[in-house]
Design a binder for this molecule. Structure first.
Ligand code: UYC
Length: 228
């Protein structure tokens, strides 16, 4: 019986990430019977959260079952991603918006958090200088990125955008096209032109306004956070 609970339990712990991710969907489809298996797995892996653990967390949250939500609240009160900050910045609200898949509000808050990270003058200005980005701590950028990854099935995040940018030979126009920020000569209009769900192309979110040029996003992509 390939779809038996025991088989899926093993598949969830197999060496292949693809098999693990498929097992999550199959267990979720079993409903009542599958959810305890997912909860047990999450407790087991609580200290090593990666893509599989994040998908288990998001899948459990999406059930909106009282028992499951109580479990998540008890064991993972601040979510599946450790909310590390070198500047004492609180990322709990960003975590909340992302787990609830409120992508537009999460995107806006991401920009605000980056300004907070840059300091008081950036908070008042509401946009960043590239020189401020260069001084961002690694841990904070990694936390923000890990939150986007975890709650988008690894579709969204600066590191995803950077990977695509590298894959197109660092050609900005090719990147904009691939992530749905530009179509031919036309910029996507903020906010209504953008897709505030998981239906967008990989790397679509989070946004960074290109009105003042590419230096800020270039500084983000050059940051040591992605290579350390
Ligand atoms: N906007 O077009 N954008 C804004 C994007 C551009 C513009 C905010 C992204 C092109 C103006 C965000 C793209 C452009 C404002 C983004 C995009 C343009 C604004 C809110 C595709 C005109 C009003 C946060 C690359 C041709 C604010 C913020 C202002 C806002 C994001 C216009 C998140 C990814 C070149 C006029 N756009 N933006 O920064 O500054 O205000 O006047 O990138």
């Amino acid at each position: 019986l390939p779809n038996s609970l025991a088989a899926l339990q093993l598949k969830l712990r197999s060496d292949s990430e693809k098999n693990q991710l498929n097992a999550i969907d199959a267990l979720n489809a079993l409903g009542e019977d599958g959810l305890p298996v997912l909860m047990e797995f999450l407790l087991e892996r609580r200290d090593t959260p990666g893509r599989t653990e994040a998908k288990v967390y998001q899948t459990l949250f999406n059930t909106q079952a009282t028992k499951v939500l109580d479990f998540l609240q008890q064991h993972f009160p601040t979510g599946i991603v450790p909310l590390k900050s070198e500047r004492n910045i609180d990322y709990t609200e960003l975590q909340k918006l992302l787990v609830e898949q409120k992508f537009q509000a999460a995107d806006k808050l991401t920009i605000e958090k980056l300004c907070e990270l840059a300091g008081e003058s950036a908070v008042l200005r509401k946009w960043l200088y590239f020189t401020e980005v260069e001084n961002f701590p690694i841990s904070d950028l990694q936390t923000i990125d890990a939150l986007w990854l975890a709650h988008s099935d690894y579709q969204y995040g600066f590191s995803v955008q950077r990977q695509i940018w590298l894959s197109v030979g660092k050609k900005w126009d090719k990147l904009w096209d691939k992530i749905g920020w530009k179509s031919g000569y036309n910029w996507t209009r903020y906010p209504d032109g953008f897709t505030w769900s998981l239906a967008a192309p990989k790397g679509h979110l989070p946004l960074s306004n290109q009105l003042r040029g590419v230096r800020v996003i270039a500084a983000l992509f050059a940051h040591p956070a992605w290579t350390k």
